[in-house]
Design a protein around this ligand. Structure first.
Ligand code: 4AD
Ligand code: MG
Length: 461
């Protein structure tokens, strides 16, 4: 296809005529003899430079940033002495404005802050930075898919509507069936309590005990009040579930290999990934992000137990740096603790074997009677990006734990029955796609890692 990305790929070939180039005007400068247009079609963070000799009585004077433009024909000229290796030369008569813009079209060539861009949910993706971030997300998704395929996983599809609160954290959005046909006083989903899923895990366990190894990428929903840079109400979770594993280190190795595979693909495409323009406030520069990627693939990632992590944190808290929340065995790790651990090792760090009461009901108990066979992957600046565990596959132990937590047993019968029908040791994990994407891209906020963000204070368009 005649995309900007493709044209740039062949930039070194000799002059040729190209037809039907289309895109949006990023900037336009009209000088005495020439007009210069920067055109983007969204396929690349680079723009096409188009040179048009001036001709009176043509549409040149009507050109504005933001308009969509079609160029019937242009000549592609190598420009070895300039910054860009070639430009397109077009005749003014060959330009056609496809869609105009109002006088106050808000996206101009100048620098816009992310806070401002977030107020433009229908236009912000045309900005250089956020466009690049969405293309990056697509690269990450493709590469994850490649990885799981190469490891014999089946991609599958757990449901979004469910009765189960997988994480038991009570952060559920409930679903009301409100038919547009006028049946308006239905306060539940056809008489059944139903929620948007917080995690596909429980259904993936069913599927893993049929398919052996499976993975999914689905939207998950959490009624999170936390208005932070790492929490969304709707986010995409990649989950994997494997049968016949009983060692959490098998899971941590898989996560490490998977993320390293993604980063290898990023490194292979690094020149086309980053926008040519300076990054946004607070975000890492492309050079820093690439340095981060090199570190990620070159290091092997430390694994430490929760108990070891707590004693490191306590030492730090007592001697050097006070945390807002004093670290204490038995308490969940706070995001400040996670970030400190990752920066201390200057690497992604796996923390394994958390106390049972810090974690969800389904995790397999360790023989110490206090901790469970689980892990979190924590990374510098972002904190937790992956959480997973070996699942309790023993029927009696699982029932005991669920009763201890006062869970609604009848509604979980379908899940429990798995432990009575060819049960097998199994485990898996969930990775927050926006957290991974934001971290790798050097962005500070998961809100920019998803096209339309949903959070307690955001807009709903
Ligand atoms: O740690 P979590 O809650 O684990 C689970 O839900 C397991 N059932 C997954 C599994 O084992 N299949 O969530 C997993 C990951 C987190 O590490 C985080 O990256 C992301 O999902 N996540 C969120 N991302 C954005 N906004 C939120 N509100 C998130 N909550 C979790
Ligand atoms: Mg977690």
């Amino acid at each position: 296809p005649l995309t900007v990305k493709n044209l740039l790929r062949y930039a070194k070939s000799p002059s040729a005529t190209v037809k039907e180039v289309q895109g949006w005007i990023k900037s336009v400068r009209i000088l005495k003899k020439m007009a210069f247009i920067d055109l983007s079609d969204g396929t690349s963070s680079q723009t096409l430079k188009i040179v048009v000799p001036r001709q009176d009585g043509t549409i040149l004077k009507q050109l504005r940033t933001g308009q969509s433009l079609k160029i019937a024909e242009a000549i592609w000229k190598p420009t070895p002495t300039r910054e860009q290796p070639f430009e397109l030369e077009a005749k003014a008569d060959d330009l056609k404005i496809l869609g105009s813009v109002p006088e106050n079209y808000p996206l101009q060539k100048k620098y816009h802050t992310l806070a401002f861009l977030r107020t433009l949910p229908t236009l912000k993706h045309r900005s250089n930075y956020l466009g690049a971030l969405l293309r990056f997300r697509s690269i990450v998704e493709n590469s994850l898919s490649e990885f799981f395929t190469s490891r014999d996983f089946t991609k599958t599809n757990p449901p979004i509507l469910t009765a189960a609160d997988c994480e038991g954290a009570g952060e559920l959005f409930s679903v009301n069936a409100q038919s547009s046909k006028g049946n308006s006083d239905v306060n539940s989903y056809f008489g059944k309590s139903t929620y948007l899923t917080v995690s596909g895990q429980l259904h993936l366990e069913v599927l893993a005990l049929a398919l052996g190894r499976c993975w999914s990428l689905i939207p998950c929903f959490r009624a999170e009040e936390s208005d932070t840079n790492r929490h969304l109400s709707e986010f995409w979770m990649l989950e994997a579930e494997i049968s016949f594993v009983d060692d959490v280190r098998v899971l941590t190795s898989l996560v490490e290999d998977g993320i390293k595979h993604v980063v290898q693909s990023c490194l292979a495409q690094k020149t086309s990934i980053f926008p040519t323009i300076v990054p946004q406030e607070g975000a890492e520069s492309p050079e820093m992000a690439i340095k981060l990627w090199e570190d990620i693939v070159n290091k092997s990632w430390p694994v430490l137990t929760y108990t070891e992590a707590i004693s490191l944190l306590e030492k730090q808290h007592d001697s050097i740096q006070k945390f807002t929340f004093p670290p204490q065995w038995g308490q969940a790790l706070q995001s400040e603790h996670e970030k400190w651990l990752a920066s201390y090792f200057n690497a992604p760090v796996f923390v394994i074997d958390y106390p049972r009461d810090c974690k969800a009901f389904y995790m397999k108990q360790n023989s110490d009677g206090k901790t469970v066979a689980c892990f979190d992957l924590v990374v510098p600046k972002m904190g937790e990006i992956v959480g997973g565990s070996i699942r309790e596959d023993n029927y009696e132990l699982l029932v005991q734990e669920m009763e201890r937590r006062n869970m609604n047993m009848p509604s979980m019968e379908w899940y429990l029955s798995l432990r009575q029908n060819g049960s097998a040791p199994h485990g898996g994990f969930g990775l927050g796609l926006e957290r991974l994407v934001a971290w790798l891209f050097g962005a500070q906020n998961v809100r920019d890692g998803v096209p339309f963000y949903r959070s307690a204070n955001g807009s709903i368009e």
